[in-house]
Design a binder for this molecule. Structure first.
Ligand SMILES: Cc1ncc(COP(=O)(O)O)c(C=O)c1O
Length: 395
């Protein structure tokens, strides 16, 4: 057997193996739909494909309104505005930075609340102490597709008169207590970014049961136009194009296949990594619907390599495992400068940001790749002390 690539051996993979290469559905159907849009010369502005995509989403999620948006970030911004949020909003720092930026972009102060070490989601026991007279809402993330603590957050939000919104970018196709994500809080925001289980190249949606909120969000998505030349609201350009909706619809048709592949990938990792000391594969609640989109491991203190050392070893092998969501939003600008003491208040986020690694999955990754990645991880951790010594000597 050759040595690890980090120590001079040949890499296990000739080409990079990515965490989330896009799932591609039926190309012919996609091209047919795009051809139809071109034939109609209706490329954007609430076209028939966007409306069809919205209807599909609403039916699948079970939400009365699904408003398709150009991406999840703008969908978050529009949702926050349509909910009338201002001042301060309580949010998890252990998320993709778009969650915090959507607030900051609108001059709403993100107030970072620590997460629960087990769920990786916002810790409801920490929320209340952060509420001030300026607080107008809570923006909770269903991280990795595992639902945020919906019931306690709803109770807190109701008691304090706060809006509760969910960043459901990871959780399309997931359920909580038998109810689909997309039906909770004032609104939930979905992402159909290329790396998501269902993608629209770039895309997002706001799901809500609130008619007035939905009407406002629709206006805001299209510059506030209520009619051809009647602007009734401040707005932006959050429209989804017909090409994006064509991909979204086509992707929806293969949704169950994509989720099935994610699940079998997850199970293959679980079997192959069972019993590796110092490593835990993040579990999902298998009594619920789940999209199995993320394969996340935690590397703890008993492992023979740190998470960062393991990542270095994997990257040398062309396995581009990612440190999501390192180092935490609170350590990124502008939040690091705005809240220089935040880390001290966020011990669980700090701890997780140092331990978590997301592994390659999705339809571009097969059983052979997973077996190789898992074998590399197992061997690297077994050989940890030598790897650490030699990596340090080489640096
Ligand atoms: C948790 C979370 N929120 C928001 C977003 C932003 O979504 P988008 O990339 O569609 O703008 C992402 C991105 O992937 C995300 O992971």
């Amino acid at each position: 057997m050759t040595d690890f690539a980090a120590l001079g051996g040949p890499p296990a993979f000739a080409e990079p193996v990515h965490v989330g290469r896009p799932n591609i559905g039926d190309r012919d159907r996609l091209m047919e739909r795009i051809g139809g849009a071109i034939d109609r010369r209706w490329l954007t502005n609430d076209g028939p494909l966007v409306r069809e995509f919205e209807a599909e989403l609403a039916a699948f999620v079970g939400a009365p309104h699904c408003i398709a948006i150009c991406n999840g970030t703008v969908a978050l911004e529009i949702a926050l505005r349509a909910a009338g949020l201002s001042g301060e909003v309580i949010v998890s720092p252990f998320t993709f930075v778009a969650t915090a930026h959507a607030l900051q972009w609108q001059e709403i102060t993100p107030v970072f609340c620590d997460v629960d070490r087990r769920t990786h989601n916002i810790d409801p026991a920490r929320v209340e102490e952060l509420i001030t007279p300026r607080t107008t809402g809570i923006l909770a993330v269903h991280l990795w597709g595992r639902p945020a603590p919906i019931a306690p957050l709803t109770e807190i939000a109701d008691r304090h008169g706060l809006a509760l919104l969910f960043d459901a970018a990871h959780a399309f196709g997931c359920s909580h207590r038998g109810r689909m994500i997309g039906t909770f809080g004032r609104a939930e925001v979905l992402s159909f970014h290329a790396t998501k289980v269902v993608n629209a190249f770039e895309g997002g949606a706001i799901a809500t049961a609130d008619d007035a909120f939905a009407a406002r969000a629709r206006l805001m998505r299209n510059h506030g136009f209520a009619d051809y030349d009647n602007v009734t609201h401040v707005g932006t350009n959050g429209k989804m194009s017909e090409v994006a909706a064509a991909m979204g619809l086509t992707s929806m048709e293969s949704r169950d296949d994509f989720i099935g592949v994610n699940r079998s990938n997850y199970e293959a990792y679980r079997a192959a990594l069972a019993g590796v000391e110092g490593l835990e594969l993040l579990p999902f609640d298998e009594t619920e619907r789940c999209n199995w989109q993320y394969v996340v491991i935690e590397v703890d203190e008993s492992a023979r390599l740190t998470r960062d050392e393991l990542q270095t070893v994997l990257w040398a092998e062309n396995v581009l495992a990612r440190r999501y969501f390192f180092p935490g939003c609170h350590r990124m600008e502008p939040y690091r400068s705005l809240f220089p003491d935040a880390a001290a208040r966020l011990p669980e986020t700090e701890r997780l940001a140092a331990r978590v690694l997301a592994l390659p999955t999705g339809t571009s990754v097969g059983a052979d790749e997973i077996a190789t990645v898992a074998d590399l991880i197992r061997r690297a951790l077994m050989d940890g002390p030598r790897l650490r010594r030699e990596l340090r000597a080489a640096s």
